[in-house]
Design a protein around this ligand. Structure first.
Ligand code: ADP
Length: 519
């Protein structure tokens, strides 16, 4: 298992250790909230049905109470022996709820129905021809011997009675069972609608908060055809529990998402820190190697020259060239490290002055030519006759071109061709260094400008370097108000272009350290 696979596995394990329980707990929380809401819903449905039955029964009781109150005179007269029209006359004057008094004889009673309300028979009936839209309601009348001699009662309009007595029924008859179901439901939280035979609303007590869990109960007896619909008001516990559950589920969901997002960012940060630690440790070993190699070569060449262990003056010349080349390489590396340290500390100062770009490129290329030729590179320099000057630090700009040339040389394989060109474009000067080397994948093209970053694929692995060159180039060019462009095709080569504003108004200034590796 490679170190990076191991790292990845550790991070995935940590991620799962946090994310999985979070998701499970959030899921359980949501499930629990929904179960509670469902339980309250089903309790409400049962309560509404119960209430609907209570309301219908209460109407019958209300009617019975009215009849009882009004029929006492007739009952007394019957017990005293009154019969026929004399008895019928005692039913007048009629109570205001009723319309026509009627004394039903024993024979007639077969045309009526009977309903037992509070253990008392309530006689009722309909006569669509003579009393359209009306119901008959009466109570049994007995004579002095206790024999039933008929029923005394009145024709009345059931719809009107229901509408008139809806509020009384709700307020006087039902509060005795105000709190049931452990106080969750209460009569104050139900809305009752009275529905006519055509299904239309005739009256209501409190507005409904929606038609969920609505219970419809038909009325019977003299109120046949009518119905009551009972449902929750907007302030009923089941209504606000539903709102509460929705808020709760949203809240738990958002909390779960926040934890997942925090885990994600935490893991990214940890991964980044681990990567940074790895990069830094490999940086130390890379720099040691980069320093040691030229020093060893220089020492070897100096010893050879000291002991005159060379066959001809040309061979001696070769060793001198090697010393010069390796010193230059060493110098460039030390420059890079020092500059990097200054940039990190915010102490890198640039001295801006008009820079003759053509002259700067020529001098840089000349100082590098020896290294290129020794490695067998063909160098093509393609420069125009004239270029506008750039305001900048000539030494820093030359260091940029040197770093690009060094990379072009390092990351070329068999095709040893390097090209340096420059051109003026729209008040800007573009300096390009191209090679026909290993190239860089589009994904890596963004990363290579971060400090310490070295690509770990392909040939790059064999090439030594400190991972500072491009980071420095990028920072220096940005301090000049420009930017670096890269175009590259893996396996075909790369072109790095420094784009600098021509003329410019840059002045001597320091630049702040950047935290590039963070991206
Ligand atoms: P170093 O060369 O010391 O590794 P740099 O910052 O100069 O550091 O470059 C960063 C990485 O970018 C290199 O390790 C290499 O992988 C890649 N790179 C830079 N220049 C080239 C190039 N011309 N061709 C291909 N890869 C390059």
């Amino acid at each position: 298992m490679t170190a990076s696979t191991f790292r990845r596995r550790i991070l995935v394990s940590i991620g799962l250790a946090v994310a999985l329980p979070t998701m499970v707990l959030a899921g359980l929380g949501i499930l629990l909230a929904m179960r509670i809401s469902q339980a309250i819903d089903s309790q409400s449905a049962r309560y509404h049905l119960y209430m609907a039955q209570q309301v219908t029964e209460s109407f019958e009781q209300e009617l019975l109470a009215h009849l009882r109150e009004s029929i006492t005179r007739a009952e007394n007269a019957s017990r005293a022996g009154a019969q026929g029209p004399a008895l019928a006359a005692t039913l007048e004057p009629r109570p205001p709820e009723f319309e026509t008094a009627h004394l039903a004889t024993l024979d007639e009673l077969s045309d009526y129905f009977m309903l037992v309300v509070e253990s008392q028979p309530l006689v009722y009936g309909f006569d669509r021809d003579r009393h359209p839209g009306q119901s008959y309601a009466g109570l049994m009348l007995r004579d002095s011997k206790g024999q039933v001699i008929g029923a005394g009662g009145w024709w009345f309009r059931p719809g009107r009675f229901l509408v008139d007595h809806l509020r009384t029924v709700m307020e006087d008859r039902l509060p005795s069972q105000e709190r049931i179901y452990g106080g969750i439901e209460s009569i104050r939280n139900v809305s009752v609608l009275l529905l006519g035979p055509d299904g239309r609303e005739m009256g209501r007590v409190r507005s409904p908060g929606g038609m969920r869990n609505a219970a419809i109960e038909p009325l019977t007896g003299p109120f046949e055809g009518f119905a009551v619909r009972v449902t929750s008001t907007p302030f009923a516990p089941d209504a606000w529990t539903r709102g509460f559950v929705i808020t709760e589920v949203t809240f738990i969901g958002l909390m779960g998402l926040a934890v997942l997002a925090a885990t994600w960012f935490g893991l990214r940060y940890t991964a980044h820190q681990i990567e940074l630690a790895r990069i830094k440790s490999s940086f130390v070993s890379n720099v040691s190697h980069e320093l040691k190699t030229p020093i060893s070569l220089i020492r070897l060449a100096v010893e050879t020259l000291e002991m005159r262990r060379f066959a001809s003056p040309e061979e001696g010349e070769k060793f001198l060239r090697r010393i010069s080349r390796e010193t230059q390489r060493l110098n460039q590396l030390v420059d890079n490290i020092l500059d990097f340290a200054r940039l990190e500390a915010g102490q890198r100062t640039f001295r801006f002055a008009p820079v003759d770009v053509l002259e700067m490129i020529h001098e840089t290329v000349d100082s590098f030519r020896l290294r290129l030729e020794d490695q067998g590179f063909a160098l093509e320099v393609d420069l125009p006759d004239e270029l506008p000057p750039v305001r900048g630090d000539a030494h820093a700009l030359s260091q940029c071109v040197l770093n690009l040339l060094d990379n072009a040389m390092k990351y070329s394989r068999g095709c040893k061709e390097v090209r340096v060109s420059a051109r003026a474009v729209d008040a800007r000067v573009a300096i390009s260094v191209s090679d026909r080397g290993i190239g860089i994948s589009p994904h890596d093209q963004r990363r290579i400008f971060e400090k310490f970053v070295r690509l770990e694929t392909g040939l790059v692995h064999d090439v030594k370097g400190a991972g500072l060159g491009l980071s420095l180039v990028d920072q220096i060019v940005r301090a000049h108000g420009g930017h670096v462009e890269v175009s590259s095709v893996p396996g075909e080569g790369s072109t790095f272009t420094l784009v600098l504003p021509a003329g410019g108004e840059a002045q001597s200034r320091q630049i702040e350290p950047t935290a590039q590796t963070g991206s």
